[in-house]
Write a protein that binds this ligand. Sequence first.
Ligand code: ADP
Ligand code: ASP
Ligand code: MG
Length: 406
Amino acid sequence: MALYVQKFGGTSVGSLDRIQNVAKRVGKTRAQGHDVIVVVSAMSGETDRLLGLGKNLSQRPAEREMDVLVASGEQVSAALTCIALNEMGIKAISLLGHQARIETDNVFTKARITRVDDQRVRKALADGFVVVVAGFQGMDSEGNITTLGRGGSDTSAVAIAAATKADVCEIYTDVEGVFTADPNVCPSARKVDRICYEEMLELAALGAKVLQIRSVELAMKYAVPIHVRSTFSDAEGTMVTGEDEALESVVVAGVTSDKKAAKVTVRNVPDQPGVCAGIFEPLAEANVTVDMIIQNVATDGSTDLTFTVSRDDLQRMRDLADGLVKKVGASEVTIDDDVVKVSIVGLGMRSHAGVAAKMFRLLADEGINIEAISTSEIKTSCLIRAKYAELAVRVLHDGFGLGLAR
Ligand code: ADP
Ligand code: ASP
Ligand code: MG
């Protein structure tokens, strides 16, 4: 007998029919004699609908209240899933984040899980229940409801799998696994059978929303094997595991695009010590996540500083802009959110020269201008105009030969 954590995303629980389908799948695993912890997302579109309600009332709704609001989506699907399981004669109990004792910090809307106390979940399993946990939500040390950031149910699932030492964490979604590029953007994208945590971490960080980045971080830390697979078929999906077990060793493993970046330029910044700290410290204090940073060579004692922030943090960035200009003596801050970051990712890039150059050439041949670049050992990212996002993904994917069987 094994312990399965099975997480079902928004599409998988998007209608009552689909919830019945989830119940059947869980029932099948149960019938094989296994214990099952189910983690559910809100029904598809529900989180956006709830966010819209709050934002229609206020430009800056209290984040604590937004978390109370959006957490309701997962509460509904957890209860419905239990009702469907009960109807099939399967004992099931729903637990909200605080009931499953998913403890987090107090950063509302993007809280981090600090600890999972699995006693209640274990007790329910021992009593013969399928435990259905509402994903995406937890509780801070004062008992406030928190949420884990968009896509956070993946992280709920992996955290519970780690805490309960589950044999596998299955992520059921609307595609058949992890592909070499988003299959909804790139028709020649190919499903990979295995991928290592490191590559998956980069893909997730750079826009492959099939897994939330924090879920991959946790899986890597606690060595939780993840199986990403389709909710609509029994086909084997993608195993996300340690590097040794990952079979495919290639230069470029995948291509992503991330529409969540916005470009910020601080103009005419004095070229002197302390200016960068003066700009980035207040951003860090306000929890604004900064990514690519470019500082030009100074002419006449001043320079422009360009960086990208997450669009989720744009309101906070705007709120800080005037203060920054005054503080560092810059002339203005401009914000441009008509950009997208395209990236290539692969462990093999560590030991291959010329990969970035090839990426720049492929983009140039399509007339796509590169506005910022960032690199690490295993990825290269370019910021480009948003309208080229899909073209760039396809060109890079096919240019690096990712669609071909290897
Ligand atoms: P869920 O609601 O099940 O959590 P998501 O919408 O969060 O599903 O994630 C699945 C989606 O991720 C797919 O529909 C696909 O469009 C997108 N995606 C982006 N990049 C990739 C990739 N490399 N492999 C698979 N899916 C990807
Ligand atoms: N419902 C949340 C979202 O849409 C969490 C999730 O689906 O993982 O982001
Ligand atoms: Mg998701």
